[in-house]
Design a protein around this ligand. Sequence first.
Ligand SMILES: [Zn+2]
Length: 61
Amino acid sequence: MSSANTATYSPAQLHGRACIHCGTTDGPLVPAGYVTTQGTEGPLPWAVVVCSDCRRGGSSE
Ligand SMILES: [Zn+2]
């Protein structure tokens, strides 16, 4: 048994209150789709956000 399969996201990141990439809570934060973590009964999807800096750096647009 292993307990190492944990996501590295903070609760704030999972609840859309902090950038999913860098963890900042400084806005503007925009929707960035979903990440999935492993819950006790299966995968859990979370709606996450990114800050404008990460969005610019990680987008092709
Ligand atoms: Zn960021």
